[in-house]
Design a protein around this ligand. Structure first.
Ligand SMILES: CC(C)(COP(=O)(O)OP(=O)(O)OC[C@H]1O[C@@H](n2cnc3c(N)ncnc32)[C@H](O)[C@@H]1OP(=O)(O)O)[C@@H](O)C(=O)NCCC(=O)NCCS
Length: 253
């Protein structure tokens, strides 16, 4: 148990540039506190002691702002940075070395619709090892987020995510990473997304704007060509001129 706690502290020190050392983690990190409650509550939950388990997690929520259902499954070296507003549902499964930021939900799609049918049914996401979920992201439903995938801040994910894929937007879509970024994806990236990634919706918007500009230029060229043709058609032709007009134009006459 102590080995696991030491590894968790080490994981936090490695993943948070704001931390000064292990003592700071122990006294000032809600992630560390809530996980101590969770490990014991989960132990109680597995032994059928539902109410004490839930009560303990409620206590933890008051102190940390993090709500974890005691039935959730959480791996080693889990870290919730900042913490406030995180909700982790009963059927959520989280691998090792996962990082979440504040405001993340690992929840159901429609918990209040046909709730009776959803009891004891897998309705919350599964996160693979090394997943990073940015602040405010919502991961909904019994979907699988593959190992080392990253979810950008405020994204809404309702479909499975491939391993090593970065998702952004609402609804979330994968972003295209350069080879260098893809190679570096195993390294920890604070807040889940490199800053130089393009939002796919913004890229799509830029492409549409470019196409509209191109079409406008072609339309304008076509209009110019039609106007020039009209002018030529309206101009008097030398062949259609009257003979006396031609005679007037002859030099010396
Ligand atoms: C909006 C919502 C009710 C739709 O549920 P649903 O009817 O099952 O919808 P689906 O999963 O079939 O998705 C339909 C489409 O809407 C998109 N979508 C789903 N939820 C979305 C959301 N919140 N914002 C934007 N788009 C969303 C899906 O990506 C999908 O798009 P696609 O057809 O292009 O793939 C649900 O996704 C949602 O947001 N629920 C909130 C649940 C919540 O707050 N849970 C917390 C519990 S602790």
């Amino acid at each position: 148990m102590f080995k696991s706690i030491r590894a968790e502290i080490q994981g936090i020190v490695e993943r948070d540039p704001a931390v000064g050392g292990w003592l700071e983690v122990v006294v000032a990190y809600p992630s560390f506190w809530v996980m101590r409650y969770y490990r014991f509550s989960n132990w109680l939950w597995k032994r059928g002691l539902r109410v004490p388990a839930r009560w303990l997690m409620q206590m933890a929520r008051w102190g940390t702002g993090i709500e974890i259902h005691p039935g959730a499954t959480i791996g080693e070296r889990f870290f919730i940075d900042h913490g406030m507003g995180v909700v982790i549902g009963e059927m959520a499964e989280i691998g090792d070395d996962v990082t979440l930021y504040h405001g993340v939900t690992l929840g159901g799609v429609s918990p209040s619709v046909d709730s009776e049918q959803q009891r004891n049914v897998k309705r919350h996401p599964t996160l693979g090892n090394g997943v990073i979920v940015g602040s405010g992201a919502q991961i909904l439903g019994p979907i699988v987020v593959g190992d080392h995938a990253r979810v950008g801040a405020n994204a809404v994910v309702t479909r499975d995510v491939d391993a090593r894929t970065t998702m952004v937007g609402i609804p979330a879509k994968p972003v295209q990473l350069s080879r260098a970024e893809q190679g570096a994806i195993d390294q920890f990236v604070a807040y889940g997304t490199p800053l130089d990634l393009d939002d796919p919706s913004a890229v799509e918007g830029d492409m549409l704007r470019d196409q509209v500009a191109l079409l406008k230029a072609r339309l304008s060229a076509l209009e110019d060509a039609v106007n020039a043709a009209n002018e030529r058609a309206q101009a008097p032709s030398p062949l259609s001129a009257e003979p006396h007009d031609l005679a007037e134009k002859q030099p010396g006459k």
